[in-house]
Design a protein around this ligand. Sequence first.
Ligand SMILES: [Zn+2]
Length: 239
Amino acid sequence: MQKKNTILIYSGGMDSTVLLYQLLKDNYAVRCLSIDYGQKHKRELQYAKTLCGNLSVEHKIIDLTSVAQLLSNSSLVNQGQPIPEGHYEKESMKATVVPNRNMILLSLATAWAINCKASSVSYAAHSGDHAIYPDCRESFAQGMNDVMQLCDWHSVTLNRPFVDLTKTDICQLGAKLQVPYEETWSCYLGKDLHCGRCGTCIERREAFHLAGVEDPTEYAPEAPTIQQMLETNWKLNEE
Ligand SMILES: [Zn+2]
């Protein structure tokens, strides 16, 4: 039977790595696409490259660093604002929105899909994403799915198998799929170790804790302990 072909938007983080393992288990032929858009956590690209190499999966990193000058109001890109600390629910975390990032990523992935006649583009948007990221909302994804089928004679669909899952569900699924979580990167600061204080670090730790999965991540010495996080209900610096 011919394999289904998909392009996976791959960040090297937890969610997209679990999706990569799920797609391979489901007998997809997967090509992975990572984008260097001038993010401070460029380290994730190296993690993505290493993991794809270990799995013998084709991987491309596209250099869009010059685009960062159009995205400078986001704290995630070089020259942007400092990265806020705390839980995603806090209003300040909106500073981590990268303007129109998903349309940029999906657009490039669609181009590659058309070029190599892949039938879909896969990405690991999950049910918690839409809270602060407008380009993770259902209506955005549906609109993109429509457009992706109109932009060429070759039709590409948008594959979002995790859309109804929480981060905790994804963490449990990855554990079943034996995802090497220590080989994934989340932290927005992109230093030597996960900081344990930014929104994505907190979300990562919370997911491991709620999933009952051992967290192999090495956090920076100044990161709060799990006990401290539990006592403050996963919030930092609450007034
Ligand atoms: Zn962090």
